[in-house]
Design a protein around this ligand. Sequence first.
Ligand code: CMC
Length: 436
Amino acid sequence: MTPSDVKATLSFSDGSPSIDLPLYKGSIGPDVIDIRKLYGQTGKFTYDPGFLSTASCNSTITYIDGDKGELLYRGYPIEQLAEQCDFLEVCHLLIYGDLPDAEHRAKFVKTITNHTMVNEQMQFFLRGFRRDAHPMAVMTGLVGALSAFYHDSTDVQNPRHREIAAHRLIAKMPTLVAMAYKYGIGQPYIYPKNSLSYSANFMRMMFATPCEEYEPNDVLVRAIDRIFILHADHEQNASTSTVRLCGSSGTNPFAAIAAGVACLWGPAHGGANEAALSMLEDIQRNGGVEKIGEFIKQVKDKNSTVKLMGFGHRVYKNYDPRAKLMRETCHEVLGALGLGNDPLFKLAMALEKIALEDEYFVARKLYPNVDFYSGIVQRAIGIPVSLFTAIFALARTVGWIAQLNEMIGDPEYKIGRPRQLYAGSARRDVKALAQR
Ligand code: CMC
């Protein structure tokens, strides 16, 4: 962190002495005011539920400029990464800090590929779930269970353990997601095939059966790879902060990532892609494009809880750059599958157009986020809606690990322990049961 010459001065209207607080400069983006000594010096905490103005850490991994609609992984714009790299190169970038050269790429691909199988015993563990369990319920359990199957890489203080756990998690997530899918539909699991690329292998584990091989379609494989790249990291979002907080207690990496999976499940976060597609299907069922006006009216009604899913973002107050790339992929996939007239895609485009011109959305700077189009792409590929968030979890795992490892390697790291503004009852005494 680079200290700034400027200091922030905090003064109080009751005459208490004012204090100077140090400022730090980031390489880009807003400066931060260091309030770590605030309580010691004033006896006061800051109050910021939802972390609207609080930087919880310093990080070198991902940068978002929400006003410009810019996303950088380790300094590289997401557009360039999505167009010129594959997911495993992006994983290398996030974990090790730079894109691999050809030699390091080959080595990294080999390492990940060598870890794609999961312990055979895991399939018996999976069998304990109901067949109709939500894939995210299954994934939360399976990822947490990895620490029971791979307890030789659970010492979070040991950098080599952390690295092996990282390789295992990146390699095994596609296998686990595909297993959860196959289990849900009652088909046998398909073992990984290491001659395939990371994303083609995932598609094959999803769609091959023991009686019919899956021929990877390059456009679809590239689309799923792009979905992975676009979801790989997003700085201190809710699930990443969960992973950091969970990992700050010194728990093992598998347990910390399982906490991230659980957080991601919510409809305001990773579950939004599922919710966005369900919303589009609902509008389509109830009249399609003709009914957009009525739907938008409901969204704007203060007394309704209806939201335009796939719109709005805590950080982006401009078009989410991932949504632009996803819309492009949507065109490619629908074109390759001969679904250019897909009614849901048309509906999404019409809805986007109307919302972007509507005063309600304009005033609140609500733009499409990545989830608005990713559901349509996944549906076209043949991925069931209930699996969308599990795929997001698969992709985000690398970001979670990179952030967790960065935190553990930071000499300033401490267990996360927020404080509170207590608004409950003052001290009181328990009365005997008959007098309460
Ligand atoms: N539809 C209608 N109104 C909205 C929406 C929406 N999607 N999003 C925000 N608003 C309104 C909100 O009602 C509020 O209006 P008012 O000021 O009149 O009360 C205003 O915009 C500000 O919203 P907020 O809830 O204070 O914003 P937030 O930063 O707390 O919430 C969000 C961000 C992503 C949770 C929210 O925009 C949302 O729920 N969007 C729909 C769910 C969604 O698509 N989530 C995926 C996010 S991207 C993937 C990821 O990173 O996980």
